[in-house]
Every structure is written in structure tokens, then in C-alpha cells.
Design a protein around this ligand. Structure first.
Ligand code: NAP
Length: 436
């Protein structure tokens, strides 16, 4: 029997489990360990609450979870309840599928002022992550600056500008819905340090910005290169740039009765965040592109008013003591996913935070091919029995998949009209629901 522990129950974790089932059939026992009592990681806490069709992929993970050779071991914190070394002693392979839940640091003056958040915290807040339930971001000011031109920046701006009725069918948590629906926000500015041809936004997501009930995007056509240059872009990017051009052509008359103006400020790099105790403005330097398409400051600066700043500049994987780590890239150091004998990484923890949810599928299959070469038919480890003994000796309240289904049932029962669920945002409340 082969024993595999996967740390992290997000997409990379479940695709790895699925691949291991396919590869080893009944001759494998897989434990998916998560520090939270609820599974699915990024699907639950990262994917936007108004993107329910993307979240539906969790049904595929559930199929894997409900098979006999896969267990969900929730509410177990690796590093606190059990160490990596202990897990390596218990399992033939330990796979870190911990994602990239920490923000890439914004290293400018004023980044620590009140009212400045990284997207991990902000997205976690509206998605009901227990770590960020008390964030209480100030939405009573008029001006928001969103740093970055990626899909997370788009999610954040869209969520902030939706009306209550536009959240119908979403699972945005009640505390965020109430605050957003009564917000005073009128201006949201995306700061992109490069130009329209360098955005990291995808067309489907960008298109949503043009269909908001009470908000409208604004793009300055002077920021664009010649239209003929769009032909050099790959098709997805060309489509996205076409949408930006359409935004640039929206007449003022259409904009007039929209409450929120969403402005794309291109060639604009934040150089400081200013305020007395809390954010009041952002100083921005105009940039230009060098021959390698990197942004270079021009020395020309200006200030933008801001009562809230959200930095959406990418994520990093939290390091684990004793596990080799690439600090510059914010991910574990590995050779194709092999970190140390018996220790592997997969998904964002291996590649860094890029690609779609589906990108993690081939990643999961590839790591299982590698570990299959290394572990053979298994090395007589104790696997789940050994883990159970350690957890029992430490009185850890392990949450199983069956327990999770009780939590889920209670979340469904608590849902407001039209919403699939009202998430529990307290770990204690999740555990209490799991014991009903
Ligand atoms: P991302 O796609 O890497 O975008 C990060 C953005 O931040 C880029 O525009 C980057 O500009 C900018 N940036 C980085 N450092 C900066 C700095 N110091 N100052 C100013 N700007 C800076 O990251 P993401 O938006 O966090 O998304 C992560 C992944 O999740 C992506 O693969 C994304 O597509 C995916 N995702 C998908 C969806 C969806 O499909 N619905 C939703 C959310 C996320 P440069 O290009 O100049 O570096």
C-alpha cells in the first residue's frame, strides 16, 4: 500500500488525489490535510462569490473526496498540530499543495497605513475566510485605488461596484454584502504600471466590467498604441484590448447616471501612500516602457485621492521552516516538484500564482508520475493509522468530509433567498455545525 499525504485541499490538492487514484487504483491511501475545517481552498475563498459557475468545479473534487481511498483531514494545522518531518515519517510521499495565500508585498512608503490592504485579505474578507472576517475595510469614502492590472484587481473592482441585486445568486458573505451595498464609493482607479497591451486581465472577466448596473469603466484612448499593433497580440489578449478600446469609446451620456466610475490609469506606478494615520492619497509616477517592455519611471508624479487602497499585485506561498524556498519567487524550491526525498510540491506552491484552476490538473498528474517513480509500491509506512494516533494523542478535533457535509448542510439552510449558502466565518461555528 502506498500512503500519500497532501497538504492543502484546494484545486492542486484534489487534482493530485484524483491523479493518484487513477495511477494506483485501490493500492493507495490518500489523506488531504487542511488547517481549516472546510475543504476546497481557493474555490471557496479565492474565486469571486459572483462566479458560481467556476466554483462548481468543487463537485468534481467531491467525487474524489467521497471515494474510500481518499480522506479529508480538516482542522489540522501542519507545523502546529503535526510537523512536516512527522508526516514524512508516516507517509511515502508528502505533497505540499498549499497554494499561494499570502500577498506579494507592496514595498512603498505608507503601505502599512490603515485603509491599505492586500488582495488576500480583502478577497478573504468578502469570501468569508475566518482569518479576515474582522477586516472591516472602510467603504464610507468615495475613492478607491486598486493596484495591479490582473484578474484579481478586476474581481475586487467589480465586487466593490456591484449593487445588492447584482449579488443575487452569489455566496458573498452577509457582512460584506451589507457593507458593499451601502458603500459611498464613487471612483475606483486601477493603477497599471504598464500599458493596455500588457494587462494580465482575461477577456471574459474584463467584459463583465462593461455590463455593471451602476458602474462604468473609463479608459483614455491616448494610452493606446496604434490599433494596427493589436494584430501582433495573441488572440485572447487582442480580445481584451478590443474591450478596453470599447470602454474608451463609451459616451459620457451613458456614464452620467452610473454611480461608480472605474478608471484605468495606465503607465502609472504607485510610489507612496500618504495620509495622517489612515490613507488619504496615493502618489503615482508616470511610467514608460523600455525596449524589454518593462516599466520605467519618468520622474513626473501626481496624487490621486484614496480612502481605500487594495494591492492586487500577486501572491506568494508561505514558507515552512526547514523546507527549501525560493524567496524571490515566493514558492518552494523544487526540481519539477521534487523538493526533498519524500517531499513534493504542486500547483501554485510549485509554479507560483499563475494560470487558471484547470492548469492545476496536469500539474497534479505530473507530480503523481514523479512520485510513482520514487515510492514504488510503498515502503511499509503507517499512513492514516499513524496520523490518527498522533492526532488522538494531541487531542486535535479532526474534521472529516462527512463532518464537512454537515457544515455545508447548515450553510445551505442559513442561505438568504437566491443565494446558495451563507458561509460560517468562525472556525468554532464550523466545528459546532460539524458536530450536530
Ligand atoms: P497577476 O495576473 O500576476 O497580475 C498582477 C498584476 O499586478 C499585474 O498587472 C502586474 O503588473 C501588477 N504588479 C505586480 N507588481 C506590481 C508592483 N510592484 N506595482 C504595481 N503593479 C504591480 O496576478 P493576480 O491578478 O493576483 O492573479 C493571479 C492568478 O489568478 C492569475 O493567473 C489570474 O489570471 C488568476 N485569476 C483568475 C481569475 C478568473 O479567471 N476569473 C480571477 C482571479 C485570478 P506587471 O504585468 O507589470 O508585472
Amino acid at each position: 500500500m502506498r500512503h500519500i499525504a497532501i497538504i492543502g485541499s484546494g484545486p492542486a490538492g484534489y487534482y493530485t488525489a484524483e491523479a493518484a487514484q487513477k495511477k494506483f487504483g485501490d493500492d493507495v491511501a490518500i489523506d488531504i490535510i487542511d488547517r481549516l475545517p472546510v475543504p476546497f481552498g481557493l474555490i471557496r475563498f479565492g474565486v469571486a462569490p459572483d462566479h458560481q459557475s467556476i466554483k462548481a468545479v468543487s463537485r468534481r473534487y467531491e467525487k474524489v473526496a467521497l471515494t474510500d481511498n481518499v480522506r479529508f483531514v480538516g482542522n489540522v494545522s501542519v507545523g502546529k498540530d503535526v510537523s512536516i518531518e512527522e508526516l514524512q515519517g508516516l507517509y511515502d510521499a508528502v505533497v505540499l499543495a498549499t497554494g499561494a495565500p499570502n500577498d506579494r508585498e507592496l514595498t512603498i512608503d505608507g503601505a502599512d497605513l490603515a485603509g491599505v490592504y492586500g488582495s488576500a485579505a480583502f478577497v478573504g474578507w468578502y469570501n468569508g475566510h475566518p482569518d479576515f472576517k474582522d477586516l472591516n475595510p472602510p467603504l464610507d469614502g468615495r475613492d478607491v485605488v486598486v493596484i495591479g492590472n490582473g484578474n484579481v484587481a478586476l474581481d475586487v473592482a467589480r465586487i466593490l461596484s456591484k449593487t445588492r441585486s447584482e449579488f443575487e445568486g452569489s455566496d458573498i458573505v452577509a457582512h460584506a454584502l451589507d457593507n458593499i451595498a451601502s458603500s459611498k464609493i464613487e471612483n475606483i482607479t486601477f493603477l497599471g504600471r504598464r500599458g493596455p497591451h500588457q494587462i494580465a486581465m482575461t477577456p471574459k472577466e474584463l467584459g463583465e466590467l462593461g455590463r455593471l448596473e451602476n458602474a462604468c469603466p473609463r479608459v483614455d484612448m491616448a494610452d493606446f498604441p496604434d490599433e494596427g499593433d493589436d494584430a501582433m497580440l495573441e488572440p485572447g489578449m487582442r480580445k481584451a484590448v478590443m474591450l478596453l478600446r470599447e470602454f474608451g469609446a463609451i459616451p459620457e451620456s451613458y456614464r452620467a447616471d452610473k454611480k461608480v466610475d472605474i478608471e484605468f490609469d495606465f503607465f502609472a506606478s504607485p510610489i507612496s501612500i500618504n495620509g495622517d494615520g489612515k490613507v488619504e492619497s496615493v502618489t503615482v509616477e508616470k511610467t514608460m516602457l523600455d525596449k524589454d517592455l518593462r516599466s520605467q519611471g519618468t520622474g513626473e508624479t501626481y496624487d490621486i485621492k484614496a480612502s481605500l487602497v487594495i494591492s492586487c499585485i500577486g501572491y506568494q506561498t508561505p514558507p515552512i521552516e526547514g523546507v527549501p524556498y525560493e524567496h524571490g519567487r515566493g514558492r518552494f524550491a523544487s526540481d519539477q516538484g521534487r523538493i526533498l526525498p519524500g517531499l513534493y510540491c504542486v500547483g501554485w506552491a510549485r509554479r507560483g500564482p499563475s494560470g487558471t484552476i484547470g492548469t492545476n490538473r496536469p500539474d497534479g498528474y505530473a507530480i503523481v508520475d514523479l512520485l510513482a517513480e520514487d515510492i514504488g509500491n510503498g515502503k511499509g509506512k503507517s499512513g492514516r493509522e499513524g496520523l490518527d494516533a498522533v492526532m488522538a494523542s494531541r487531542a486535535v478535533d479532526v474534521v472529516t468530509f462527512r463532518d464537512w457535509k454537515k457544515i455545508e448542510e447548515a450553510e445551505h439552510a442559513n442561505a438568504r433567498d437566491g443565494s446558495p449558502r451563507e458561509k460560517f466565518v468562525d472556525i468554532e461555528a464550523m466545528i459546532a455545525a460539524s458536530q450536530n
